[in-house]
Ligand binder design. Structure first.
Ligand code: GDP
Length: 296
């Protein structure tokens, strides 16, 4: 289910509730069931949907609401707030500062859009006057360095990598050292997304992270990953200190639910979304407008 459809379903559920002459527990229950169905279809985890229902029922206590209260408004606000809460882990991510060196490491599954997103992230900051640089620490996938090199060249961003060296840790460390000397302020490390075994991938992430001590680890997630999002995000979080999430391919048949699950699993905020293959199809993520759009 695409986000717009999810928004449509929720908006319809709210509208139905608004059309009811009297808003009682049954009307609220029907409305919440409708919204829950929409969220489940959009791949939001069952547990999260259940929690949202219980929270809203707790907030909208009919016994405590005096007759004069506008129940519709209270219910709508409770739903809005709950969805915002699901997307807000409560603390902001580390924010790099222009002119001060920050190391940012990108992790995610192969095909999630990691390499593309590294360049988008660099380009976004470069346009704002930063001095970003890209390091390709993916020595596993043949062609990874070429892809990064091509992207970086197009955006006129300095890059570092090797066709010969097979140790990703060595490349990451060399790249970081080099760009620190060149006074770059945003050192972006792209890592491998696939390995013969998952355990080896995570071990590699851990080693790159320990050797480069990133200020921020960003988990890149394809929005169409669906119900698998929670487990994937959690697996990365258990191995490296993920501090932010970027959700890609929000332009396609994106399921909104994965984004909510990634926040829950990593306890980290979504900071950007990818909305296309091009370098500038990249937007700052903002919870409230996102939820407003979701609610139609
Ligand atoms: P990686 O294996 O994680 O490094 O993934 P890539 O960066 O190579 O991206 C995989 C594919 O997804 C490429 O064809 C990208 O052009 C595409 N892609 C990445 N981000 C987006 C996005 O936000 N929207 C769309 N439509 N495609 C994207």
């Amino acid at each position: 289910m695409v986000l717009a459809q999810l928004g449509g379903s929720i908006a319809r559920a709210l509208q139905q509730m608004s059309n009811a002459t009297i808003i009682d527990e049954k009307v609220l229950s029907d409305c919440l069931n409708e919204i829950s169905r929409a969220l489940l279809q959009a791949d939001v985890q069952f547990k999260m949907v259940r929690e949202m229902q219980l929270n809203i029922k707790r907030i909208v206590s009919f016994d405590e609401l005096a007759a004069g209260h506008n129940k519709r408004r209270i219910i709508q606000k409770a739903i809005f707030d709950e969805l915002c809460n699901m997307l807000d882990p409560g603390k902001p991510s580390y924010t790099p500062k222009k002119g001060k060196t920050s190391v940012v490491m990108f992790v995610g599954l192969q095909g999630s859009g990691k390499t593309t997103t590294c360049t988008k992230y660099a380009y976004y900051h470069q346009k704002k006057g930063w001095k970003p640089a890209l390091v390709c620490a993916d020595t596993f996938r043949a062609g990874a360095f070429d892809q990064l090199k091509q992207n970086a060249t197009k955006a006129k961003i300095p890059f570092y990598g090797s066709y010969m060296e097979s140790d990703p840790v060595k490349i990451a460390v060399e790249g970081v050292e080099r760009f620190k000397k060149e006074n770059c302020d945003l050192l972006i490390i792209d890592t491998s997304g696939r390995h013969k075994q998952e355990a080896a991938l995570f071990e590699e992430m851990r080693q790159v992270s320990e050797a480069t001590k990133p200020d921020l680890v960003i988990f890149v997630m394809d929005s169409s990953i669906g119900q698998a999002a929670f487990d994937q995000a959690q697996a990365f979080k258990q191995n490296v200190p993920v501090g932010a999430v970027i959700v890609t391919k929000m332009d396609g048949h994106a399921k909104g639910g994965g984004a909510l699950s990634a926040v829950a699993a990593t306890k980290s905020p979504i900071i950007f979304i990818g909305t296309g293959e091009h370098m500038d199809e990249f937007e700052v993520f903002d919870v409230k407008p996102f939820v407003s759009r979701l609610l139609g």
